[in-house]
Ligand binder design. Structure first.
Ligand code: NAI
Length: 337
């Protein structure tokens, strides 16, 4: 049998290292492209059996038709989120698989890292002490214990986060489109409405997927319903937040601090070293001026364990599909979750 040919986009050295190791088992022929897959370069996928893409490779309906025409049979996402692929267009043309859980703990732990950093101003203290400034002025934080955290989206990541926050002895409010009553009673937390999350939480964490329903869920209205000075953390997807409204919330003090691992226009910037250029995005540039905002460039998932699991599951998904097994990690339009 011919070796399966895979076109791998947005390949970074750490991806290549993890995939090359796991591929010893499969011996697929993998061509690594450093750049994103776009409508302009989709021709590169010609002659490959499958394409392997990440969160900022956007595949629209036109590209699906092209991929189909080129004989590509499978889109293998090496992410859990799949909002970047037009699943409706893919239906009946090309199958799509993903990695549903490579390390929910990695993202949950990063979420907490953002919370603690913002609360205790570690980012500011780090620079201060290096400049021999040992003043505590402006670094005042609060005890996490006894405060209320609202977790929106209690899937794998949300659940892991709840466990950590309960360890701080916080009050945790849950919100999910599909509440998990068993989890609720085991953790002794309560599912509440979004409104209640906004009104009662000192810290709000977004851990739901980006869908038609959740796009821009955090807008001026939602922000005005929140407690004044709330900490907002987004490790979900950038478009869950209307960023221009977040900026206004930060300027007025309604939002006390924000930790963002994702940004609505991140695909142009994240994962790239642009340090020798002028940043052309005014909203991102404004966000970076706030001393109570921390932006990380979609690194929530970025642990050794997660990279290993991503490579393992992606290549196993591809092997399963081409060996005729029903793909276990398929996503499709109208598929049950
Ligand atoms: P999951 O599928 O296990 O959980 C998502 C949860 O959100 C489910 O319980 C679902 O019912 C809930 N949900 C769906 N629509 C909702 C709505 N309208 N309101 C409230 N809840 C809703 O997904 P997982 O693994 O927990 O990941 C969550 C999200 O985190 C992903 O969709 C992805 O966008 C993001 N993510 C970010 C990473 C990073 O590195 N920053 C890495 C991996 C995922």
């Amino acid at each position: 049998m011919n070796r399966l040919k895979l076109a791998f986009f947005d390949a970074r050295p750490y991806d290549i290292e993890a995939f090359s190791e796991i591929n010893k088992k499969y011996d697929f022929e993998i061509k690594y492209f450093k750049f994103h897959l776009t409508a302009d370069n989709v021709i590169l996928a010609k002659g490959y059996d499958a394409i392997v893409i990440f969160v900022n490779d956007t595949i629209d309906a036109g590209m699906i038709l092209k991929l189909n025409e080129f004989g590509v049979r499978l889109i293998a996402l090496r992410s859990s989120g799949f909002n970047n692929v037009d699943l409706k267009a893919a239906l009946n043309h090309i199958r799509v698989v993903r990695v549903p859980a490579y390390s929910p703990n990695a993202v949950a732990e990063h979420t907490v890292a953002l919370m603690l950093t913002l609360n205790r101003k570690i980012h500011r203290a780090y620079y201060r002490t290096r400049d021999s400034n040992f003043s505590l002025h402006g670094l005042l934080g609060f005890d996490m214990q006894g405060k209320t955290a609202g977790v929106i989206g209690t899937g794998r990541i949300g659940k892991s986060l709840v466990g950590i926050l309960l360890g701080f002895r916080m009050e945790v409010l849950l919100n999910d489109k599909f509440p998990d009553r068993k989890f609720e009673s085991e953790m002794r937390c309560k599912y509440v409405t979004l409104r209640e999350v906004y009104e009662k939480s000192d810290i709000i964490s977004l851990n739901c997927p980006l869908t038609g329903e959740t796009e821009y869920m955090i807008d001026a209205d939602a922000i005005s319903a929140m407690k004044r000075g709330v900490m907002l953390i987004n490790t979900g997807r950038g478009k869950l937040i209307k960023t221009s409204d977040l900026v206004e919330g930060l300027k007025s003090g309604q939002i006390g601090s924000a930790g963002l691992d994702v940004y609505e226009e991140e695909s142009q910037f994240f994962f790239e070293d642009l340090s020798d250029r002028v940043l052309p995005d005014d909203v991102l540039a404004r966000l970076l001026t706030f001393n109570n905002v921390i932006i990380t460039s979609h690194q929530g998932y970025f642990t050794r364990e997660a990279l290993h699991n991503i490579a393992e599951t992606t290549l196993s998904n591809i092997d399963g599909f081409f060996s005729g097994r029903e793909p276990v990690n398929e996503v499709c339009f109208n598929c049950p979750d």
